[in-house]
Design a protein around this ligand. Sequence first.
Ligand code: MIC
Ligand code: SF4
Length: 751
Amino acid sequence: MEFDIELIRKVYSQFPQRLAETRKLLNRPLTLAEKILYAHLAKPLKEPAKRGLSYVDFNPDRVAMQDATAQMALLQFASSGRPRTLVPTTVHCDHLIQAEVGAKQDLARATQDSKEVFDFLQSVSNKFGIGFWKPGAGIIHQVLLENYAFPGGMMIGTDSHTPNAGGLGMLAIGVGGADAVDVMAGMPWELKFPKLIGVKLTGKMSGWTSAKDVILKVAGILAVKGGTGAIIEYFGEGTQSISCTGKGTICNMGAEIGATTSLFPYDSRMSDYLRATGRSEVAELADKIKDCLTLDPEVIDHPDKYYDEIIHIDLSELEPHVNGPYSPDRAWTISELAEAVRENGFPEKISVALIGSCTNSSYEDMERATSIAKQALDQGLCAQCPLTITPGSEQIHATIERDGLLKTLEAIGGLVLANACGPCIGQWKRHDVTFGEKNSILTSYNRNFAGRNDANPGTHSFVASPEIVIALSLAGHLAFNPLKDELTNDKGQTVKLQPPTGDELPKNGFDTGESGYIAPAPDGSSVQIVVDPESKRLQLLKPFPAWKGGDLTGLKLLVKVQGKCTTDHISPAGKWLRFRGHLDNISDNMLTGALNAFREEVGNGKNQLTGEVEAFPKVARSYKEKGLGWVIVGDENYGEGSSREHAAMEPRHLGCLAVIVKSFARIHETNLKKQGILALTFANPEDYNKIQEDDELTIEGLTQFAPGKPLTLIAKHTNGTSDTIPLNHSYNEAQIGWFQAGSALNKIVQN
Ligand code: MIC
Ligand code: SF4
């Protein structure tokens, strides 16, 4: 099925004209990101946008949502009073499927367990004109790559790994649900014009090195906040040696360095992939406007003139990497890993190896992984630890089943899981370790924050390519380097593994399997949205209160967070995913993973009213009951990781008025603003140290709240002294309007 063909024809027919206008305005050679961004402007600009400064409005071509974020997004859309989405949109059911015994039973159980939520999503999609991909159809990003992504297009998605579509040359950005609501309601979508980081790829990959190693290396260079506010654009002759899906892997994991998105220029590998996935017409159309879908040659020749920062990677020299634990930027080459494990005391034994996910489950990934498994079988080896395989979509699943790949992977001990997120997002009923038990797992996923996969803070999660995961699973420990070490088989003979091989695309074409797509009704106006008031999983939203005017006074400090605080720390997933459509219930997980800077406690803090140390949600509820506003103080890159707006809506629901940090991750900062919480930064990061546990806080300057104008925090300490602390913000006029109205949604309803 060719989705969106009319839309793509339209985008492509307008592109050359828009490119000509962009050339006129910028009057210099253009990067690819600039071409796509300017082609999607909501209204023409009078002067070039200033990177990292100007707020610019765009009209994305499409919106995508997954089940865990779509619930809140669609509850907000329902409150907006709009009858139907004005931009093509899809919902994908992938996050709510828990892995335990294997694909079939797990899917059947999840479909029952989350029936209420799936039914809600399906009927709301039907009402609002949204395409619905049912549970089992696949993980959002893989399904998007196979069906909807197109070179030069622009998409937003309520999931931080939406940039996966950059592998097919689409500018795809992860956002919170409230942003999706704007676009679905036909409003322009606003973004601070990104900076551009160029990654020049030269040489050619070979042997054990794969696309995953490019991004594992880049993550090591840029670290978790190095891409904040920037688009990462890959260029150079090396790009052509990477398959389209390999490019997808690289773009997918750009989320781990905070990048707004990542992008590859259109090439024959993309064209091949489009044709193989039934979209020949898109490939033909793209071939005709190639200069719109690639960067200008002058940029390739003099990248330093056009990018804000440049990284060079020689693919011929690139070694396989294994990153982790606890942070995706902790990069080790395979030859450094054994020593790193010993020196840092990481558990050497691999307790479980897991391949697949939205990041790494292409046909090529599976073939390369299977080529190692095949050698193992032929030479009397098998996995020394439990091994799971997560196909990214039903199309991949059906194809690798038909071609015998799954059989080989199962023969070395693999267990096939449902085409869903599963253990990647803590949907994993793990029985082999107890809570707190130190152990290492090795995955081909993207994120590895503490507690993410199995809710066990003792689990050291490492990330690598699927072929490396399979190879190390045969040894059962992290000290094995398949490039030089040997293994001993069941007959006592030594075996040396040969590098993986695999085709990018299946020789016999893809088998689409059982399509899980349900098209919406042409007119959904008669569909009623019914939410049982007694439901534990779904709750209609009540508008947040508007700003009362004046300064915010008498505020309590709920928490001063120390160190890394990702959205997995603010609103953990796993067992909490079941409450993603019920704001009050899910709020009981708020900040339960955050480290309290005043005490060696995770998830607990002092209730200033009683002096008791209690879980943060409990303390917050007691302040809320007394009508007291409160504040979160945070460290660097606060809110990194996912796009989940629950990390902003929960504090808002429980009475938070401001989040003050050293620095923010992009999506979380926007989510806070959208939900009406003040998102502020210390003008002097050291002022973080002045905040004390029992402080009473005041935020001044709100009656003159204006773009670029700092606000002031007064921290009154219990010893009678106080500190006056300047606070910066990045609000523009419209965003100040959201704060005043109580939320961006309130503003939409007002208009
Ligand atoms: C993730 O990988 O963390 C998730 C789960 O896909 C999230 C979205 C969510 O929390 O629902 C993301 O990446 O945005
Ligand atoms: Fe799902 Fe994991 Fe991909 Fe997020 S990163 S979409 S949880 S598979």
